[in-house]
Design a protein. Sequence first.
Length: 264
Amino acid sequence: MTVHPFVRSIGAQHPRVRDLLTLRKDGSPGQIMVEGTWEHDRLLTTNATIETFFWCPEAGATDVDRIAERATEVYRISEKLLTRLSRKTRSDGLISIARLPQWQPQTLRFTSRSLVLVADGVEYAGNLGTLIRTADAANADCLVLTSRRARPTHPAVYSASRGTVLSTPIVEFDDIPAAAAWLRSHRFRVHLADPAATGTYRVPRYDGPTAFVVGSEGSGLSRAWHDEGFDAVSIPMLGQADSLNVALSAGILLFEARARKEGW
């Protein structure tokens, strides 16, 4: 094992450690904490910049050279400091600060096969990460965030998305009318996911640019989305529960539309 020639040991008071502690809580604009072996394997398949790499040899991780070679800065940390920094019950001693890609709404291009997921007011980082992973799985063009509460930079988003937060275009709008206007400008047919809707998700043809809007875990869609006049669709509830998890609902809707578009 040959380690980065500029690696040096640092302690708890180092500025980069303080940066990581900030990221560990809720992320920081443009940056995300990546921890673990598979997480780094995924990171290395992308073009994301690895700004800082923290390595604890005593934790037993191997094959660290590939990460160190990609990182701008490499630091060695103690087991004691690793315990303070890690979000895992048992860490393998690999932690990085990576730069998230920045996507601008005006740079995205769409076709009749395009599929977009809008997440309105999602509260939990785990659900946001799963929504990103679901959008990726259905080959959606992007994820749109409105009324954002959970941050894409939260470390749990990376894990829940299986790292696809680095490759899935994510754009955010300050208000719902702006997001709706953008979708209309690209001729999207927008469908609001609403358990109270009379028409089920099997009714539409999904034969053009298609967008689904899903709401927050607790209160559903913002009233402003309904005020835009878009059609609503529902997923029939056949048991005792009155709704599904937001990510599961998004998966059903996205794959239904993708199946129609691809002729499955």
